[in-house]
Design a protein around this ligand. Structure first.
Ligand SMILES: [Zn+2]
Length: 533
């Protein structure tokens, strides 16, 4: 039988102490719902005594129903020389009406006497009284032993005394915190193997990542008998962050034979990680283990030809287990196998003798030498594959365009574009204005094409990036333009490279339109909600 590990998420409390992370009360509710749906049993909602936003979150959480998760409130033990019933912090915790309350207290003698300025006896009394008071009010109480490992290393007797105080007060679980994140896995294991068996209650762990060891330490703790693990989604948290629960879940479930999420939920792990990134407005890390966009992405030709034979050649687990997917990139590092994999994915048939693939590899190497980058521009790559294999027919021909940009003393600059294209025998001339030259050109081109290809109206330009690249000649700095476009079905990226920014933009723009026009399903696709992307 696999041993069960209980997850305790603190994204909404410790995670929000991360530099980039700011969550409104509504954002916190959205994340709490997602965690509940995923099957996380404990969700720490915040510190109700510390700010009005957290108080509002608990107000909303109280009125909501969660499927399986318990929302917990976090706060400190009573202040020195105060009765628990008179303590505002404990009052705020009770006011949240959560079934579970987590209180933290000092376990390091230095912290108690120097930072808090109380006697060691009073510090222990603060822990025991506070826990006992909350227990009398029928709460499940989790005690977070702050700085436990630093405390234990300096004064093990006193550190253990604080845990005893929490247990005597009636704590249901004691969580040992590596608050400064400075403990090494072997120290952790040595200490926990002594501490965990001597506790009469459940033991938990809370690790920070200051040495990049939060995961190693948490796994060491699990090996030492700890059954409750605290962490945050994507490892958000103060300084270098907290334990990343996402990576922990992958390791416990797929590598170590522990159970920590309900069956069938593991394949939503990638979705969970990206959802929290999205709500927190922190770009997802491509290299995040298990769930990152690059976690199962293959670029080197040798690797790709091997995974075509057997994916386990370069993948430690199948990506579907965690809801991720395998990607193959095509670049100047590619071999024939990447091209063959990609052409199958894009539905562009290649000749059987390998002649086409070799021709494509040569062309990609030549273009990448000029500054193109096809691993990040799959729209342009699809067109390139068609062009090189003679499967491309230009839907329209540019006859000419003219651009002017004006600026006067007071107003912002404006641009006008005039464009002449032909489709078959027919010519079309249109003009349009825009905030800038690329915008004007984009509008004029669409206006001209809509008459022939009404599906152009379904597509929109969503992002435009320009980057100066180091060319081989120092005098001629080239720019690389990347455009993201979308319709109701997908987002595609196209690329242009030139010494002239307008020329580079034009190339990317034309590729973007041609890609749309050559999509097989493009006919009759109207009125879909672009949000469904
Ligand atoms: Zn922490």
């Amino acid at each position: 039988m696999a041993r069960n590990i209980t997850l305790y998420d603190t994204t909404l409390r410790d995670g929000t102490q991360g530099e980039q992370v700011n969550l409104s009360a509504e954002d916190k509710m959205r994340i709490a719902r997602k965690l509940d749906e995923f099957g996380v049993p404990y969700i720490e909602g915040g510190w109700p005594g510390s700010n009005p936003k957290d108080a509002r979150f608990f107000e909303m959480a109280r009125r909501s129903r969660f499927r399986c998760a318990r929302i917990t409130a976090f706060g400190s033990t009573r202040r020195p020389a105060t009765r628990p019933e008179d303590d505002e912090n404990l009052r705020a915790l009770l006011d949240t009406e959560t079934e579970t309350v987590t209180v933290f207290g000092k376990t390091w003698d230095l912290q108690a006497s120097e930072i808090l300025g109380v006697s060691l006896a009073e510090n222990s009394a603060m822990i025991e009284d506070s826990v006992a008071y909350l227990k009398r009010r029928d709460r499940e109480v989790i005690f977070d032993a702050e700085h436990f490992f630093d405390g234990y290393k300096r004064n093990p007797g006193y550190a253990m005394e604080t845990l005893t105080a929490a247990v005597n007060g009636g704590a249901d679980a004691v969580v040992l915190c590596d608050t400064n994140g400075g403990t090494l896995p072997e120290e952790m294991e040595t200490i926990l193997k002594r501490v965990v068996p001597s506790l009469r209650v459940r033991a938990g762990i809370h690790c920070h990542n200051d040495c990049g060891l939060a995961l190693a330490n948490s796994l060491a703790a699990v090996r030492s008998g700890v059954t409750l693990v605290q962490g945050t989604i994507n490892g958000y948290g103060e300084r270098c962050g907290n334990l990343d629960l996402v990576t922990l879940i992958g390791n416990l479930e797929l590598k170590m034979g522990f159970r920590c999420v309900p069956p069938e939920r593991l394949k939503h792990l990638t979705e969970l990680s990206r959802y929290v990134s999205e709500v927190a407005n922190v770009p997802p890390l491509k290299h995040r283990p298990f769930v990152g966009k690059s976690a199962f992405t293959h670029k080197g030709g040798v690797h790709v030809s091997a995974i075509l034979k057997n994916p386990s050649a370069y993948e430690h687990v199948p990506p579907e287990r965690v809801g991720n997917r395998r990607r193959v990139l095509v670049s100047d590092l590619s071999g024939k196998s990447n091209i063959e994999y990609k052409s199958r994915e894009l539905g562009i048939p290649l000749g059987a003798n390998g002649y086409d693939s070799r021709k494509i590899v040569r062309e990609i190497k030549r273009l990448e030498d000029e500054g193109y980058q096809f691993d990040a521009a799959e729209g342009s790559l699809a067109l390139l594959l068609r062009k090189v294999t003679g499967q491309f027919r230009d839907p329209f021909v540019l006859e000419s365009f003219r651009l002017t940009t004006e600026k006067n003393q007071t107003g912002p600059s404006t641009s006008q574009a005039t464009i002449k294209i032909s489709v078959g025998e027919e010519e079309e001339i249109t003009a349009a204005e825009g905030d800038g030259p690329v915008n004007a050109l984009d509008r004029a081109l669409r206006k001209a094409l809509t008459k022939f290809f009404p599906q152009i109206e379904e597509m929109a330009l969503v992002d435009f990036r320009v980057r100066v690249i180091d060319g081989s000649e120092a005098t001629a700095a080239k720019v690389r333009v990347q455009i993201d476009s979308r319709d109701a079905r997908e987002i595609w990226t196209t690329i242009g490279v030139s010494e002239n920014i307008i020329e580079a933009s034009w190339q990317a723009l034309v590729d973007s339109v041609q890609y749309k026009l050559l999509k097989p399903e493009t006919q009759g696709e109207t009125g879909r909600n672009p949000r469904s992307l």
